[in-house]
Design a protein around this ligand. Structure first.
Ligand code: DC
Length: 229
C-alpha cells in the first residue's frame, strides 16, 4: 500500500472525530492534524489579550493581530501525541477548557480567521498521507480528498462523552452545561455564513452512537483499503 491519500473527517462537536482520526493515522503512519485545536488556540489568544467583551463579542482588533499568532503541533514524548503550542507555549489543556469552548464558535465564524487557518492546513496536507478532522475539511480545505467521512452521534451521547472527558481533567462543569454548549455550537457551526458545517456530497456518514472505537477504526480502515489496494 504505497499510495498516501488524504482523509478528511468532519462532523458535529464531540462525535469522537479526533479519537478515530488519531487511531487511523497511527495505523497508517499518516500525519494527524486536529484543526479544532487551531480554532481553539486563536480563541485562547483572544481571551489572553482581552479581545472578547462581556457579551461575547470579538473585537475587530483581532484581525490586525492575526500575524502575531503562531500555532504549532509538537510531539509530546510522555503521551506520544501532538500537543498544541500557541506562540511557543504549550496550551493543550487551556484550549480544551469550557471557557475556550464557549467562545470558539464566535471566533471560528470570523472569515479572516478561517482564511488564515485554512491556508495553514492546506500547506500541512499538501503531500497527502494526512488525516485531518474539523468542520470544513471535505468541503473547503481538501475538496478533492480521496476519502471523506462525516461523523454524527446522538446529542445525549455526545454530551455524556464530553462531560466524562472534562471530568477526567477536573473541570468543574455539569452535564447540563456541557449539553447546552454542544447544542449552541451545533447551531452556530451549521448556521455561520463562512464555511458552515455541512456534509460533503461525496462523504460517507459514520453514526457512531452505538459503536466502539475499535469498530469505528475497522470500518474506516476497510474504506481506506478499498481505495488504496
Ligand atoms: O473539533 P472541536 O470541537 O475541537 O472544534 C472547536 C470549534 O472550532 C468548533 O466549535 C467549530 C470550530 N471549527 C471550525 O469551525 N472548523 C474546523 N475545521 C474545526 C473546528
Amino acid at each position: 500500500m504505497n499510495r498516501k491519500i488524504t482523509i478528511a473527517i468532519d462532523g458535529y462537536s464531540s462525535t469522537g472525530k479526533s479519537t478515530i482520526a488519531k487511531a487511523i493515522a497511527r495505523r497508517l503512519r499518516y500525519i494527524y492534524v486536529d484543526t479544532g485545536a487551531m480554532y481553539r488556540a486563536v480563541t485562547l489568544f483572544c481571551i489572553q489579550n482581552g479581545l472578547i467583551d462581556p457579551s461575547g463579542q470579538i473585537s475587530d482588533r483581532l484581525k490586525s493581530m492575526l500575524p502575531a499568532i503562531n500555532i504549532e503541533f509538537r510531539r509530546s514524548n510522555s503521551t506520544d501525541t501532538a500537543e498544541t503550542f500557541l506562540n511557543s507555549v504549550n496550551v493543550e489543556k487551556e484550549i480544551r477548557s469550557m471557557e475556550t469552548s464557549s467562545h470558539v464558535s464566535a471566533v471560528s465564524a470570523i472569515p479572516e480567521v478561517r482564511k488564515m487557518l485554512v491556508g495553514q492546513q492546506q500547506l500541512m496536507g499538501r503531500h497527502g498521507g494526512i488525516v485531518m478532522d474539523g468542520r470544513d475539511i471535505g468541503t473547503v480545505v481538501f475538496p478533492d480528498a480521496e476519502l471523506k467521512i462525516f461523523m454524527t452521534a446522538s446529542p445525549e451521547i455526545r454530551a455524556l462523552r464530553r462531560f466524562t472527558e472534562l471530568q477526567a481533567r477536573n473541570e468543574n462543569v455539569t452535564l447540563e452545561e456541557v449539553r447546552k454548549n454542544i447544542e449552541e455550537r451545533d447551531f452556530s457551526d451549521t448556521h455561520r455564513d463562512t464555511s458552515p458545517l455541512k456534509q460533503a456530497e461525496d462523504a460517507l456518514v459514520l453514526d457512531n452512537s452505538s459503536m466502539t472505537p475499535e469498530e469505528q477504526l475497522e470500518w474506516l480502515y476497510e474504506k481506506v483499503m478499498e481505495i488504496c489496494e
